[in-house]
Design a protein around this ligand. Structure first.
Ligand code: SF4
Length: 280
């Protein structure tokens, strides 16, 4: 079996930066100091286990940062949470990805001018929770073009943004409906270039191979979307976290397999999957 690995597979710059910041804090911390992350640093259980083994705690209430060094992950946090973290922690390391911070700033600017913000994304995702916080009382999260119908006609100032890891085609469909309803509305294309590159490469690669394997956490939104993009081409696609979940019997009938991975998948996990496939 031949395996082709996508060039864009694996960590994006935002995730790499957050992990590097955390590892640096672990190296430099004084004895007795406790390091924690607000929420899981990335959506990858194997990396999280490694961090726990190195003593990193995970908190889910900002008050729990009291007396600890806290790392804000790449997804960012709402301003209210950020304030509590700064009030309680010994030190705050802000590893919010620059691209996410830019979307937060756009929402904040428009919220100050009285805009309603419509965010295309997963309501429960940490990045979206953070973005919504910057919209104040006037933020709403939607997932499909159908949701636009449900928005009030009375809104005059309306902004549309996307979670940075959204599917481009879905966002395009939603923005068309949005502008039909609010011709005066503002659309900001806030999908991250790293996401677009990954999705485009997967789309192209999927057309050239017999089957695709996408490696990454089952809870990782961008990995799930990569899987959807690959499936939308009609090519059989398997989403696995590790090589152990590969359906060997089924997959061994293919001659050429394409492999890509989500933005929170470390290289060693991609390597293990590629190796297992190559040995078939
Ligand atoms: S996908 Fe893009 S926006 Fe999200 S953390 Fe990675 S680099 Fe930042």
């Amino acid at each position: 079996m031949k395996v082709v690995v996508a060039k864009t597979a694996g960590f994006c710059n935002g995730v790499k930066y957050a992990l590097e910041m955390l590892l640096r804090v672990l190296r430099e911390k004084k004895s007795g100091e406790v390091v924690c992350t607000y929420g899981p640093l990335i959506h990858n259980n194997h990396v999280l286990r490694m961090l726990r083994e190195r003593g990193v705690e995970e908190i889910d209430k900002p008050e729990e940062a009291a007396g600890k060094i806290v790392v804000i992950r790449a997804h960012g946090v709402p301003p209210q949470t950020r304030k509590i973290l700064y009030e309680n922690a010994v030190k705050v390391i802000n590893a919010t990805c620059k691209r996410v911070a830019r979307v937060q700033a756009v929402i904040k600017q428009h919220a100050k001018k009285g805009y309603h913000t419509v965010i295309v994304g997963d309501e429960d995702h940490a990045e979206v929770i953070g973005l919504k916080g910057y919209a104040g009382e006037n933020g709403i999260v939607i997932q499909s073009a159908k949701d636009i119908v449900l928005l009030p006609d009375s809104w005059k100032k309306v902004l549309l943004v996307a979670q940075t890891t959204q599917n481009e085609e879905i966002f395009d469909r939603i923005s068309k409906e949005f502008l039909k309803k609010y011709p005066q509305g503002i659309v900001k294309r806030t999908i991250c270039a790293a996401t677009k590159e990954r999705q485009n490469e997967v789309k192209e690669l999927a057309k050239e191979v017999d089957a695709m394997v996408i490696v990454g956490g089952f809870h990782s939104g961008n990995t799930v979307r990569l899987t959807e993009v690959s499936r939308s081409t009609g090519t059989p696609t398997y989403h696995v976290e590790t090589e152990k979940e590969l359906p060997f019997d089924e997959i061994s009938k293919y001659k050429l397999i394409g492999v890509s991975a989500g933005a929170s998948t470390p290289q060693w996990m991609i390597h293990n999957v590629v190796q297992a496939l190559s040995e078939l």
